[in-house]
Design a protein around this ligand. Sequence first.
Ligand code: SF4
Ligand code: MSK
Length: 627
Amino acid sequence: MLLTKAEIEARTITEDGQVFLQKAAQDGLETVWDRYQAQKPQCGFCELGLSCRNCSMGPCRIDPFGEGPQRGVCGADADIIVARNLGRMIAAGAASHSDHGRDLVEVLRKVGEGHAPGYTIRSEEKLKKVAAEFGIAADGKTPADLAVELAHAMEEEFGTRKKALTFLGRVPEKRRAIWDKLGITPRGIDRETSEMMHRTHMGVDNDWQSLLLHGLRNALSDGWGGSFIATEVSDILFGIPQPVPSEVNLGVLKENQVNIVLHGHNPIVSEMIYEAAQDPELLALASEKGAEGINLAGLCCTGNELLMRRGIPMAGNHLMTELALSTGLVDMMIVDYQCIMPALGEIATCYHTLMISTSDKAKFPHMAHHEFHPETAQSKARELVRMAVENYERRLPAKVLPAPNTPTRMMAGFSVEAILGALGGSPAPLIEAIKSGAVQGAVGVVGCNNPKIRQDFGHVTLTRHLIENDILVVDTGCAAVAHAKAGLKVPEAAALAGPGLQQVCKSLGIPPVLHMGSCVDNVRILDLAAALANALGTDISDLPLAAAAPEWYSEKAVSIACYAVASGIFTVLGTPPPIFGSPKIVKLLTEDIEGLLGASFAVEPDPEKAAARIEQHIRQKRKALGL
Ligand code: SF4
Ligand code: MSK
């Protein structure tokens, strides 16, 4: 059934999204927005965090109006149930990021052992730096030897034999002292997740405050552990990102080229596909089939990883993944894991698109499974690119609709190293700009899309307000892609910023919104915040910084938000987390936690109001610093 203009505009602010929502409807597809409508009204108990199915005496639910049951069969009250549910969300998010990190460590080890043809060490500089942090001397060792030693040391981080994770060496002393005092210093990465699952089993930790504290520790094991390892090892294997121009929106899919779309999170597969797509033999085959080249395009965080290092254009963010297929131009979509809707395979059956899953731990209906392993990834990537090229001539002309809008230009690649490089090698110029007030502060605007929010509206509205008020925005994930589509990631966008930020951006030739990568790369923001605090001899919570996730949906985002707050960064969420069934927990997380951590959460669905709250927070922090 066709959608009205009003229905379409309520779903997304993006031009390409609006066109392809109608195309999808014409082709009879059911999209994420349709399925969301069909689910309404969603369960009120679950929205409030008041339902529990942790054991088979249940499922149980607590009546938020106080009329029905106030305890589950085991006796758990609303506070315990909400805290346990939140804890399990954090554990799932931390596990996802950290397992992604572990997969990269495995490749690092196999590269060192000579068992991963096609992969290499692209940044010996970072390999040596990180090895030194782990106490491994580089003298007289080959990069291969060092890679094996570092991989073994990192594997230890996942276990239980440590008092504190190694990357905590980058955390300001004052912050470490806070964590020690609260007993939330993360030990082993897997240990904290495993302990959370244990604590939330029936009859273990039944103190909601103790559960929440462990939630913070679990999230810190992600931020300063699993995700940190994922980002650093990706840089070692695939290179440290540097500023790179690119393009975004569905217009990056080319009518006259073989289009391969890469979706998911881990660059292990997509980097090999990138190499294979340069193969002269496969390019010649594409030409034989009538295509003018092999065009790679990214979706979600795998796309962001390739964009940051290779400048590969982005087709879109989370809510565009189904609509990308409706162009009829995707010859192959290759997925790894996380944020890949199980609906995608079935949608692709309406077109000629070949859908390929690649991870032993992520299989999907209606997708062909081609498992990637470091030993065979190079040949597997060539096989898949060949299949995509051969599929080009099977396009169904009646189903093809190229995007009517031209791709929007953008700039990405702002790793911490690239930002410090642009500043002349040290954070001092940024600190000076903050002291002078040219830059009032910095905010990480991160996270997903969610069909409960008009696509990209939350991100773009919030960010426009912030830069207008001289607040530098750094971003990752789907938020970064939203900003890019809105044209905020080109140096000319400095004209949209306040006078101080505009001046700084113009003198450095950078946009006012800096792309720092994928979701695991939120640790680049932590790393930069810690570097600024260390340079000033203070704590992260003293700095005029904030974070926001206006359209978050995933459990990973819950873990990210928790490690941001635990690291001292005030964090505003656009969609409410399932905690409102416990007024005590809401009060702790939005008010009382400030006294413990120097940072708190806020929930504000209206992005203009969220901007006002963040601006007020930044003013307060500046005042406290005497600025
Ligand atoms: Fe019900 Fe308690 Fe079992 Fe949860 S753990 S399902 S509240 S009995
Ligand atoms: S988590 S930011 S939906 S990809 Fe990377 Fe997934 Fe996007 Fe959230």
